[in-house]
Design a protein around this ligand. Structure first.
Ligand SMILES: *[C@@H]1O[C@H](CO)[C@@H](O)[C@H](O)[C@H]1NC(C)=O
Ligand SMILES: *[C@@H]1O[C@H](CO)[C@@H](O)[C@H](O)[C@H]1NC(C)=O
Length: 372
């Protein structure tokens, strides 16, 4: 029983015990050996958990190689909460970025505009029509338009998300980009990242055309089941909503600026577990709905997914100020910020007559048109 104190205070004990000095030394050596063994075992354990983490990270797109696990199979180690927030030097190669772009493109899309114009953003260009394994970044199934890309990014990168993610379409000039040139570069460069961090979800479009103030009436459509052939998204939305958001109240009114281009903070994405996004992607994979409709259902669901009220139509002036820093706009500037030129921008845009394709707001087609 007296070996323990002797090990802890070998000098004192051996002096006191005189004749037992030899035995005392032996104990000390033995104890030191055990201690050294324990120490090296601990180091081995540490190294194992470290390599598990880095294997996982490689499988999840940190090296730009997406994990194309079969749909429905969760990412490896979804339960491993350990490394999140760890900032030791051993994690330097897996640094968490400040901001990333996620672009939904096709094999034939000319994406050089991204690196040419926003080189300070880490970009994830998904080629949705390229089968898994044949592109750096693609989707398990090319269905549901950009929604499949955005959900795939969130699932693959759930544990390594940057502070802010911007989700946009692949083309630089899009009729729904909210600036006079319809230019994604302007939207990206002027986006106020602090506002995204602060509010969690920011639609890159402020204009209420199309989608605000009240695009869908899910609760009424659920009660009355109207045969609204002109607006299939409205007809399909209630049941889809209940699948996507089980247990959440079916909204009376859904309104948000259209067209699925938005910025989200990591914290906001993490407010829902990865299984929420996996279920949403599985819905897209399984649904019998055509992609225009299932994709558009997400167009009117992202803001709800990211914590905004179902009717999220902000004051336009305030929206431009907070989203882009365009404060103090005159009424004339406000009116010119986004104008309707049709679903396809004039050939050669933006190197064309600035009046090309201009249409009056009341010439914007009715919703029936958008849903076809
Ligand atoms: C792709 O776009 C760039 C401009 O961003 C242009 O210079 C280049 O010629 C285009 N490439 C092709 C193959 O069209
Ligand atoms: C906003 O406009 C007013 C006049 O319309 C001007 O006095 C003020 O300096 C402007 N503020 C900014 C921040 O540009």
């Amino acid at each position: 029983m007296n070996w323990l104190p002797r090990f802890l205070f070998p000098g004192r004990h051996s002096r006191e015990a005189g004749s037992t000095t030899g035995r005392g030394r032996l104990f000390v050596y033995l104890a030191l050996t055990v201690f050294a063994l324990l120490l090296s075992y601990q180091l081995v354990l540490n190294r194992e958990s470290l390599s598990a983490v880095s294997k996982w990270a490689i499988g999840n797109g940190l090296t730009h190689a997406a994990d194309h696990a079969a749909p429905g199979i969760p990412s490896p180690h979804p339960e491993d909460e350990k490394w999140e927030g760890e900032t030791g030097s051993q994690f330097a190669s897996q640094e968490i970025r400040e901001k990333e772009l996620v672009l939904a493109a096709m094999s034939y899309s000319n994406m050089s505009w991204v690196h040419e114009n926003v080189p300070n953003w880490y970009t994830n260009i998904y080629r949705a029509d390229i089968p898994p394994g044949q592109a750096d970044l693609t989707v398990p199934l090319n269905k549901g338009n950009e929604a499949m890309v955005f959900l795939t990014y969130i699932i693959d990168r759930y544990k390594s998300l940057p502070d802010v993610v911007v989700f946009i379409h692949g083309g630089r000039y899009q009729w729904h980009n909210d600036n006079p040139l319809y230019d994604s570069v302007i939207s990206i460069n002027d986006l106020q990242l602090d506002y995204v961090r602060e509010t969690g979800y920011v639609n890159l479009r402020c204009s209420w055309l199309v989608g605000c103030p009240a695009e869908l009436e899910p609760a009424r459509y659920f009660r009355e089941r109207p045969e609204d052939k002109g607006h299939p998204t409205a007809v399909e939305f209630p049941d889809s909503f209940m699948e996507l958001f089980p247990g959440e109240e079916l909204p009376e009114v859904v309104g948000t600026p259209c067209c699925s281009q938005f910025a989200v903070s990591r914290e906001k994405i993490h407010e829902r577990g990865i299984e929420h996004y996996q279920r949403a992607r599985q819905f897209l994979i399984d649904t019998k709905l055509a992609s225009q409709i299932s994709g558009r259902i997400f167009e009117y669901a992202w803001h709800i997914m990211f914590g905004k009220p179902p009717q999220n139509c902000l004051d336009v002036r305030d929206c431009y100020c907070k989203t882009y820093g365009y404060c103090n706009m005159t009424n004339e500037e406000l009116q010119k910020q986004w104008v309707w030129r049709g679903l396809v921008l004039p050939e050669g845009w933006p190197n064309v007559d600035p009046n090309a394709g201009l249409q009056k707001r009341d010439e914007i087609p009715s919703m029936a048109y958008w849903s076809k």
